[in-house]
Design a protein around this ligand. Structure first.
Ligand code: TYM
Length: 336
């Protein structure tokens, strides 16, 4: 059976970008494939501590796992839910991979460059985070890793490390699919990057200060609708999907397609003849507020106990699989 795997850090309440770019696609893929694939959903809590955490990390982790359930994840015996720090093999394999990764390739990671920019001193975790991510993926022989566009570079790094390891020691790791094939598997033609509502050249991010630039999953639905209504667009007066010349409008079209689970092309055709943006904004605002209303109601109904029960079996499974793979990597270096 193939493995599909993904993780979302839980430093704070998630944004609509995390939700539409990673969480919802994963839930849709999991529901479609969990009869004949392993589906690993984990919270990379060790990745969280490279930067500030709002509130209590353990509580945030529980909330993130509840998000998957509220988004409609159907759990069966092939769906495994776990916390990274409860599976120590992740950190162990990270160290081994550190010893085959080069400073040059880790320094080239855009996220490292962005996160360390302007900081007087940057913690080593920020630098090493893609290598830990590679360990997260390789321990489970994952082929597909549904993620947003900002993480693609880390998949390429993971592929390079796996290939290098295998060339040196024999076929130990499954090399994950190329990013182009990941995107195809997710049923898309491109990766998803939900944009900042006020500054659509940038991705929507929880760390952006301006409240109206981002929609958080706990936003009051009416407030979220207002944020969409005040989103930056342009003065071209034509609805065209082009992230370079019209990122604001393209972002709204993308959000509308993902929220309603309809092909982007259909949404583009529906609005192609509009010359004003007001009606489109109203429609997207209502789609998002309706989605948030339903999502928040479902979230409130999920108990901590339900999540702990899933974690118990998920972490047992994850430790068994990860320890067996770690052992092979340890043997390669004659540590065992
Ligand atoms: P993180 O926690 O920063 O982001 C979680 C996921 O959300 C996606 N995302 C977006 N997608 C579209 N538009 C946006 N505006 C947007 N913002 C965030 C990200 O692409 C990501 O998929 N290193 C990872 C977590 C991780 C991981 C892994 C993922 C650790 N180990 C192993 C997959 C497999 C991260 O920091 O994502």
């Amino acid at each position: 059976m193939k493995t599909i795997l993904t993780g979302i850090r839980s430093n704070s309440v998630l944004t609509l970008g995390n939700y539409l770019g990673a969480l919802l696609p994963m839930v849709r893929l999991a529901n479609a494939h969990s009869k004949d694939s392993h589906v690993n959903i984990f919270v990379p809590d060790l990745h969280s501590i490279i930067s500030d955490v709002d509130g209590d990390l353990r509580q945030n982790t529980l909330r993130t796992l509840k998000y998957y359930l509220a988004a409609g994840l159907e759990v069966n015996e092939n769906v495994h839910i776990y916390r990274q720090s409860y599976v120590p093999a992740h950190s162990e394999l990270c160290w081994i991979l550190n010893c085959i990764a080069t400073m040059g390739e880790a320094s080239r990671m855009t996220q490292y460059k962005e996160k360390s920019k302007g900081q007087e001193s940057c913690n080593v975790g920020i630098f090493d985070y893609p290598i830990l991510m590679a360990a997260d993926i390789l321990l489970y022989d994952a082929t597909y890793v549904p993620i947003g566009e900002d993480q693609f570079q880390h998949i390429e790094l993971t592929r390079n490390l796996a290939t290098r390891f295998n060339n040196r020691f024999g076929e130990i790791f499954t090399v994950p699919a190329k990013t182009a094939d990941q995107v195809k598997f997710m049923g898309m033609s491109d990766g998803i990057r939900i944009r900042d509502l006020l500054n659509p050249e940038k991705k929507m991010s929880k760390s952006t200060k301006a409240e109206n630039s981002k929609i958080m999953l706990d936003d009051n639905p009416a407030k979220a609708a207002k944020k969409i209504m005040s989103a930056t667009t342009d003065s071209f007066g034509k609805v065209k999907f082009d992230m370079w010349s019209q990122p604001g409008i393209s972002n709204l079209l993308q959000i509308e397609a993902l929220v309603n689970d309809v092909p982007l092309q259909d949404v583009i055709s529906t609005w192609a003849s509009e010359t004003r943006y007001g009606e489109l904004k109203k429609k997207v605002a209502s789609s998002v507020s309706e989605m948030l209303t339903i999502f928040q109601e479902k979230l409130a109904d999920i108990s901590d106990g339900e999540v702990f029960a899933l974690l118990e079996s998920g972490e047992k499974y994850a430790n068994e699989v990860a320890n067996a793979k770690l052992f092979e990597a340890q043997k390669a270096f004659h540590l065992r």
